[in-house]
Design a protein around this ligand. Sequence first.
Ligand code: MN
Length: 334
Amino acid sequence: MENSALINILSSPKRIVIVCHKNPDGDAMGSSLGLYHYLTLKGHHAMVITPNEYPDFLDWLPGNETVKNAKDIPQFAKDRIAEAEIIFCLDFNTLSRIDQLATPVEQSAAYKVLIDHHQQPQQFDFMWHRVEASSTCQLVFEFIEMLGDKALVNKDIASCLYTGIMTDTGSFRFPSTVAKVHRIIADLIDAGAENSVIHRNVFSAYTESRLKLLGYCISERLTVIPEKATAYISLSKDELKKFGFVPGDTEGIVNYPLDIKGIKLSAIFIEREDGVKISFRSVGQFSVNQFSRAHFGGGGHDNAAGGQSTLSLQQTVEKFVTLLDSYAQDIINS
Ligand SMILES: [Mn+2]
């Protein structure tokens, strides 16, 4: 796509809204706030609006205090979106990922820009999209670079972008962590990102109950099916309540079953008020994106995807276990 139209639009100060997907993670918030700091530096009036709240371990991000949660102030969010001249959509591929903000964004006359790395994105006015990118934060860095402003990346921008690259690459170990990603990370550290502090801020900020929930998941709720190279965890509403669940507490738990030698597919099933929320992880060729799209109304990336189910928790798990029969060979050979 031609970059000049966007460059032209950004050449004078604009009213800009940045939105990210619901239940924002490190990449969603890091990219949104990184872009926010950049656009603000350039003289734009920018604002980050999230569809709902995000976990406490992201509260330290520079600019956190400026973020508006649309769940708390829905009318305000709608008004800002309606009057925006540019809307940046970050870290999601279709408007359904932003819940109640989808209609206002769709109806807004703003010029709409997508910056994202999820598969099969819908059409936007301007697309800065690459499935191979490690993270949306990487894409925001490359976006700033494309605009000729790499030298403007300061400590605030660098800290935000470092965070999302770190979380979306599983601390720089997923296959998406190509040499280019490490070069960008080096640039971000040069620009002031305190890598060691950021790791502790994000990964060593557990509450006691969150750590105990993790221990409980592994010791009491883990089912391993070695002959299908699969392991999964399921959690009921009551169990979450017992551990004083707050959003973000279950984040990352799905990665642990993959630490078992030989396990190539992992899933976590979490019972919610409105159904069962599912996360899938895989190693190698087995695409959880395709698997989830086909059976659990979700998607994402080849090795990390979300899904959902309106069946009961038990029925959802049974459906998953039954499906494994026809996928076992693919998973084992992954
Ligand atoms: Mn992402």
